[in-house]
Design a protein around this ligand. Structure first.
Ligand code: MRU
Length: 359
């Protein structure tokens, strides 16, 4: 294994386009394992079980997945109507894997639009499948460009030597390169900014410890791992100049769904006067969702809290467990939302519209 995790593709297609290849992120940091997904069940499971996770990476995996499945469907169905029925069945199935990150539905809808347009343009099923492959590849390439641009805008908000706190993993492992919240950090690293990064461990699935601390330290970034309940202390100590987090869905009013615990970090940042920045590709902005109250929050199994990461169960048998995977940070707590088209500030109802309009 190449010891630098960031040299690997988070999500890719295999050489003959018959499967999706992902890093199995549930095995990190202990084991670097690439796995191949070729059935709808395998792709759905990989998303649900967080083998591939992070809003943009989920979108790319789903787009590649739908392309791989389309190739299989086209072997039996050469008539468009029959092909499209099965295509839609698989699209709906993949879309059901996780509800909060809008990028999943966004990428699948994009594949659907391209499919219908190609049919209207008179393309055969075989040609449509080729076009779907091109679109899926473009979604991935676009993600890389978008993250880089978010990094440039994010970098303009900080200065060399700054302390940066991040929550969960909105890093390269959550995207196809650079990450969103980590993009300013990676670009700053290339340019000698010498940031001091603090990574929340992010209970219960430890994306901060297992993934962010891992990928940043692999890239040579000065990163310190802290438990989730320590962010108040590091901010009070004056060690943090800015918080950068990613997001799974931005509502039209600027409310943001991101990994559970993000809203606590935002409230603490406000208390200590630390700017709180959300990094969001415009694909994550959902203008059809008016406020955070309308965002569906994924609930996950209690075992993730009670036993999953422990040698033995750490809670009494039968105890009630509340395990939402995400929370909503109110827009009042957000200093700015950094997109690939610029930095949106309050009033977000207007600034997000402008950023989104540049698509
Ligand atoms: O449950 P996860 O690991 O998919 O949650 C990931 C996050 O909350 C990320 O912050 C978000 O998806 C943005 S990734 C660029």
């Amino acid at each position: 294994m190449n010891e630098n995790i960031i040299a690997y593709e988070t999500v890719d297609l295999c050489d003959n386009d018959e499967c999706v290849i992902i890093i199995d992120q549930t095995k990190l940091p202990g084991k670097m394992e690439l796995i191949r997904l070729s059935t709808a069940q395998e792709i759905w499971d990989a998303i649900y079980l967080l083998k591939v996770r992070g809003a943009p990476a989920i979108g790319v995996a789903a787009a590649f997945g739908l392309y791989v499945l389309s190739r299989q469907i086209a072997k039996d169905e050469t008539e468009f109507d029959a092909f499209y029925d099965k295509f839609m069945e698989q699209k709906k199935y993949l879309d059901s894997a996780r509800p909060t990150a809008v990028n999943l539905a966004w990428a699948l809808n994009r594949m659907d639009r391209v499919c219908r347009q190609a049919h209207e343009d008179g393309k055969s099923v075989a040609e449509i499948v080729e076009i779907l492959g091109e679109e899926a590849r473009e979604i991935k390439e676009e993600d890389i460009r978008v993250c880089k641009s978010i990094g440039e805008y994010g970098l303009s908000l900080v200065k060399p030597g700054d302390g940066i706190l991040t929550h969960c993993n909105a890093g390269q492992l959550a995207t196809c390169k650079y990450g969103t919240a980590t993009a300013p950090i990676y670009l700053g690293q290339e340019r000698g900014y010498k940031f001091r990064v603090f990574a929340d461990e992010t209970r219960p699935l430890l994306q901060g410890a297992r993934l962010t601390a891992y990928e940043l330290s692999s890239a040579g970034v000065d990163v310190t791992l802290i438990c989730d309940n320590m962010s108040g202390m590091v901010m009070k100590n004056g060690w943090i100049n800015a918080v950068f987090v990613g997001c799974d869905r931005v509502a039209a009013n600027g409310d943001v769904a991101n990994k559970i615990g993000t809203s606590v970090v935002a409230a603490v940042a406000k208390q200590y006067g630390v700017p709180f920045y959300v990094c969001a590709p415009t694909s994550t902005i959902d203008l059809d969702t008016p406020t955070g109250a309308e965002i569906t929050i994924e609930q996950r199994p209690p075992e993730e809290v009670t036993e999953m990461w422990y040698k033995e169960r750490m809670a009494p048998e039968g105890v009630k467990v509340f395990n939402p995977a995400f929370d909503v940070t109110d827009h009042e707590l957000i200093t700015a939302i950094v997109t690939e088209h610029g930095i949106a500030r309050a009033p977000f109802t207007e600034s997000l519209l402008k950023c989104k309009g540049k698509n």
